[in-house]
Design a protein around this ligand. Sequence first.
Ligand SMILES: N[C@@H](CCC(=O)N[C@@H](CS)C(=O)NCC(=O)O)C(=O)O
Length: 183
Amino acid sequence: MASVVCGIELDFEIVDFVGTSDTLNAANPIGKVPVLILPNGEAVFDSSVICEVFDRMSGNQLIPQTLDGFRRIRTFDAAVTGVTDALALCIYEVRYRPDDKRHPDWTDRQMGKADRGLRWLEEHLVDLGESVGLGHCGLAALIGWMDLRFEGKAAKDAPKLVEWADEFFSDHPNIAAMKPFLP
Ligand SMILES: N[C@@H](CCC(=O)N[C@@H](CS)C(=O)NCC(=O)O)C(=O)O
């Protein structure tokens, strides 16, 4: 989504991050997606770093450069990332741990972080401002991903965010085309 905003064309390669992928681990030792491979073959990883690279490549199309704008959007994005990370940990608890090793209190703790983060995002939607940038892309990606992995949760717990995303995707079909999907 951020690449679309910045007018940067990418070739996409789908890799399996659930199992062990030598291709992914060679590009990112942490074994996580996304990874950006530059024309010179260098790898850039962690979505926040990739977005900062896009931002610089595009003359700051993604991140405001005023102190106040920077603080506002980076903090908004940190909340999006925090919700995503907490929900991902809930998925991993089920995906990677056998039944008898699961710890519901720990999962509840992560879900509490996600729920507080979603409420915070609803209260701070105004921080996004008019110009489409990092905060819009992060939130749109989060809601798109929740649709896949936590069907119905966003509509129940964060209806304002879903309303915002519906309008955003309908206003920006080129960004909507980049919504998360299951291969
Ligand atoms: N902080 C990283 C998180 C990326 C992340 O957690 N990606 C997940 C997929 S949504 C992943 O690759 N998980 C595989 C794993 O944790 O082994 C980022 O924003 O790039």
